[in-house]
Design a protein around this ligand. Sequence first.
Ligand code: BDP
Length: 714
Amino acid sequence: MNRIVTCFAAFLLAGSASAEDGYDLWLRYRAVEAATYPELRARVRQLVVPAWTPTLGAAADELQKGLSGLAGIDVPVGDAVATSGAIIFGTPRSSPLIAGAALGLERAGPEGYVIRSVSIAGRSVTIIAANSETGVLYGAFHFLRLVQTRASLDSLDIVSHPRTQIRVLNHWDNLDRHVERGYAGQSIWDWHKLPGWVDTRYTDYARACASVGINGTVLTNVNANATSLTPAYLEKAAAIAQVLRPYGVRVYLTARFSAPIELGGLATADPLDPAVRAWWKAKVDEIYRHIPDFGGFLVKANSEGQPGPQDYRRNHADGANMLAEALKPHRGVVMWRAFVYSNETPTDRAKQAYDEFVPLDGRFADNVIVQVKNGAIDFQPREPFHPLFGAMPKTPLMMEVQITKEYLGFATHLAYLGTMWRETLSADTLVKGKGSTVARVIDGELHGYRMTGMAGVANIGTDRNWSGSHFDQANWFAFGRLAWNPEESAQAIAEDWTRMTFANDPAFVSPVVAMMMGSREAVVNYMMPLGLAHLFDTGHHYGPGPWVNDLDRADWNPTYYHRADARGVGFDRGPKGSAATAQYAPAAGRIFADRDKVPEQFLLWFHHLPWDYKTRSGRPLWDELVWRYSHGVDVVRQMRAQWQALAPFVDAERFAQTAAFLAIQEQEARWWRDACIAYFQSVNGLPLPAGFAPPANSLDYYKALRFPYAPGRG
Ligand code: BDP
């Protein structure tokens, strides 16, 4: 009881000191206008607290501070129902009331929950129940969300359970706190001061993750540093794990494949070498002594210069299985990345992961899951779904998406990614007939996978608002919600987030949600419409560089991807080209290979077409390209105007930063449009269609721009 009171007081203090700088994320808990939501006070009159375990305590703290904040009263706590409007939460083990109620808890599974309005001894109460304590915590957050979105609290009968098992953030955070592709400040993991100083921010991080069902975090960069596996760093990781544990968030680490050489002094890291296997086994045992519930390893091997099993003529399964064997006795898992491509392989880069992995289907140990990016190349603003989805029925695949906006305008551009991820999740692989969606691959239903998951490259840093911009918080939120339910609507998620983060007034919610829903399409249009990809300038990926053609590796050059010349543009991946379309199920491949049937958004991804090719609008390809580039800019201009009109609904601080960022976005959208149009025009020599403004500057001007200090470099 004392603990609750103390926590509540601390919350009030923190709340007033931190004003509206975005630190509170979607867990703001500001007082509800009682007149517009009268049922609230009737429904939150008492909290019936079960046993004080760390996780149930976390749920109790959250409900206490959340409901007290929202209802504007101090909700009393007791151990028995004293009044109508009580909220009872717990597991059948922790609460006799829950054990005795017929709630159909089997429907909730190990991590889900039931929220039910019931009557106990004539008192109408709400029960939040689950089979596990983490499930109770998830249910508590769901109940708070109901209040935050002003949903009815009467006659509740909610059952929810996650459709994937591993819902994990991948931090590309280095031990020196630089975040690769991070645009929100430094890494929140303060390695140097750990374990002596454990930042309170880790608790708020865990709360935010748990509130959307995220149950794991890989603390370190996929471009891994073996130092993270040394005893000193394991102690530091253990201190983080201890804070995250009550919130159901397990810690994972990246494993540098050459660690047995670098740390163990061995002459090789060959996965079939007995000494190497023994080294990893001992290392894993040591990790579990520090972190008993350690989740396992994420591995990037033989990709972009990282060491891996192929250095020893072994394959990816050999590498993964060696680590899996060491983790198995502890129930740890290996998430082995399929993001591999080699400069020596002369084939289309988009085909390489498939070529490498499909022959290994069924050869991975049963605690290995292969982590596949949403598209075949690399987190571009738009890519068709990765051909591995549906092609490895005997190997669990999880999907990896990038929450941080490396390729979508960094922190300043407003781009809600819920729509992008849903686009991939709802894509139909057609491998088992219609309805064989990527969502059904990764939730395990289609192939009966024993393991399932979804990973998101985190957009979190030390910025007060965590994600670099207020609207980027929505992408963290949406990732968790889609990992929980890959079929949830992006619009419903955007709406919840808007209500929880800003305001519930429909005059605010509906224009903001509309803005979010159209935002990623606008970025695609002003950066790389019609299926173009990888037009970024070298290294930093901040601005346009479609002209770049001088990098060591052919497939790092934008010219490799767009293949523009005087006659046409686009990458022929059909049967007469690279034949990448043949990696999809025949029915899907035929659609992609047919220029009349391919969804137009992927036109130039799959086809090389003449500049006068007639697009579906009736415009020739060149005119359509210019139209789309210009339309992207127009949409940003409209978003800016829309935001200005919403000033009355938003606190000054968050309003001003969003307005400033939209102004930056408009400027940079123009830059993208103008630079790309200037470049393509220099290649095709065509005039601009009537009515379109010429680029503001010469092509040479755009080519000369340099950004040596753009954030987030690799
Ligand atoms: C690319 C990033 C690079 C990452 C790589 C990866 O530019 O920094 O290391 O992805 O996923 O998009 O490994």
